[in-house]
Design a protein around this ligand. Sequence first.
Ligand code: UDP
Ligand code: MG
Length: 321
Amino acid sequence: MGESFLGSETLCIVVPCYNEEESLGAFRDALEEVEGSLTEYLAKPIDFVFVDDGSGDRTLAILREFHRLSSRYHYVSFSRNFGKEAGLLAGLQQAEKLGSTCVAVMDVDLQDPPALLPKMFARMAETDCDVVATYRESREGEPPVRSWFAHRFYGLMNRISDVEMRDGARDFRLMRQRVVRAILSLPERERFSKGLFAWVGFDTEWIGYKNIEREHGETHWSFWSLVKYAMSGVIDFSKVPLEGISIAGLVVFLLSLVFLVFIVVRAAIFGDPVAGWPSLVCIVTLLCGLQLLGIGVIGLYLSRIYSEVKARPAYVAKEEA
Ligand code: UDP
Ligand code: MG
């Protein structure tokens, strides 16, 4: 067991919120309930950092009220919706300012069961690890097509990127301060947190749990937004698409050389009757398609470079407390 773990830690919980007026109350109640079983690890009550990601409902009003009732409920409010990744970044930055020795990240919709927190702490104390991460063992209640694509995504990511991402990994995790510092030291603006968490490494323990459906409100992820999210994961953490397209180009070039020799030899032996219009069309469309694909792939990387070079901040905060 890590010395000085029991009773000496301070915990900050980072909670991204987007239009969550219905979930906030239940979340706070659930956390206050679980807090009692964490006292053996903690030197002081839990600090919370809620990030209002430009909500259009009463989320900010509720967060202000939380803060008014107790100053340990902190919040940052964005000037518009910047996405959950930006929310996580802002939350982790606040947690770092508070100097908490442990930071947990969790969703507000209670899909990340608060009852798991004591288990996560127990595991951290037991194994002296730096991170206790969670994953969903099942995807019950999710459309099968979505699960199928999710599994393919993790399979693909683990094959083509340097980082190891566990299938079903949630953002729900408990981290020591040094892990948070490592994550914050990564300067990129387009942040794919699942990848960043994996990239920084550290000793990680995994705890699985069954999928829990949202209590209130609806998921903010449409199928298409998940596809885009998956693509950004690939672009951020793998060069394989670029390499793949170069190899495809090379293969097509070599094939066309063979084809050229074939045509020349055939013309020399059998003369040159005008034929082969259909095959010509096929070849031209194939090559055009391949070129467009290549340009598209390069474009995706280029757009990443573009947004990193512009160096706009990941979010704009309009209010914090
Ligand atoms: N969220 C956010 N900004 C967004 C979308 C979502 O801060 O643009 C928050 C949301 O309030 C929730 C968490 O991210 O706390 C996860 O969102 P959601 O439940 O919609 O995702 P799912 O659990 O379906 O993956
Ligand atoms: Mg959710």
